[in-house]
Design a protein around this ligand. Sequence first.
Ligand code: PLP
Ligand code: COI
Length: 364
Amino acid sequence: MSAHRHLPFARRPHHAPVAPDALASMLESPGFGRIFTDHMVTISWSERQGWYDAQLRAREPLTLDPAAAVLHYAQEIFEGLKAYRLTSGGVALFRPEQNARRFQASATRLAMPLLPEPTFLEAIDELVQIDAHWIPPGDGSLYLRPFMFASEPFLGVRPANEYLFVVIASAVGAYFKGGSKAVRVWLSQDYTRAAPGGTGAIKCGGNYAASLVAQAEASKHGCDQVVFLDAVEHRWVEELGGMNIFFVFEDGSLLTPPLGGTILPGITRDSLITLARREGLTVREERYSFEQWRSDAKSGKLREAFACGTAAVVSAIGEVKTTDGHFTIGDGHGGPVTDRLKSKLIGIQRGEVADQDGWVRKVL
Ligand code: PLP
Ligand code: COI
């Protein structure tokens, strides 16, 4: 590993940040991804200079050449993590180094430069420290969106030689409109999300672009999220459009699809596996077919299912719809294992439950 050269951050705070009373009303019911803070971080990269010009600055539109490679060939990656207000009053991030590492994995897959982990973490810390007052009261948080794209104006198809790394922050509440009600999911039969050898295991914008038509179909059928099956046999449950999935059986065991290169290695997924095993529960990372899911739900062998991710946290799945019918999981309202794991995770994130694994990084 080459030694990390510390990049100085130029700090140019906003001249006219949102005033406290206007901010308070914006934070009353923030929803998800609509309300953005006063600042952003930008860092440039060029083949000649490497990473340079790190700035903490007022959030404003970016200027892009219309030939910027990202607009043509979608060379773009991103991350998602949250800053939480601790019950004790501080502010903390949850396993941000995992996001830094996944960002590097995403960069590698899309032939982009690697942002050093300390620089990624410093960028996040800088933004959270200046905009922490945007964390909504109650159970809201600050959703951080680091991303990087090819800014070089060039239409030839090859990895670009100029990039911009940006971090923005959004004040958020629950991802799903219904709050903590169980969600309804739609099985996508016509579309798949990721194929072996593709980009399913990383976070690139293109994966989400490809999922939108299926997500729109889900919405049309009154569902909150889409479930994708594997691209080869169209049989094995992989994940949702923006979340991993877990199943809970009558014997108390859990199952989640294995990481095989086509699903995103979720940090929430990994954390829940650790927490569940520590409780003494059996967690299998095994393939699960849609047919088996339906038959286990109908027989009662399957008791609960839930979606998990940074945005969604832990959300019970109550009902599954397909083109030829629907079925309910348990009583359709989640269940005790989902609730318990969710409380434990949130408790750790808020500093209310002991952090045995060193997952919580205090930034204020
Ligand atoms: N799967 C997909 C496709 C996602 O977009 C996300 C969200 O980031 C996840 C799973 C969950 O990942 P994490 O728990 O790291 O947020
Ligand atoms: C996240 O949970 O961070 C995601 O990227 C998922 C998306 C649905 C917002």
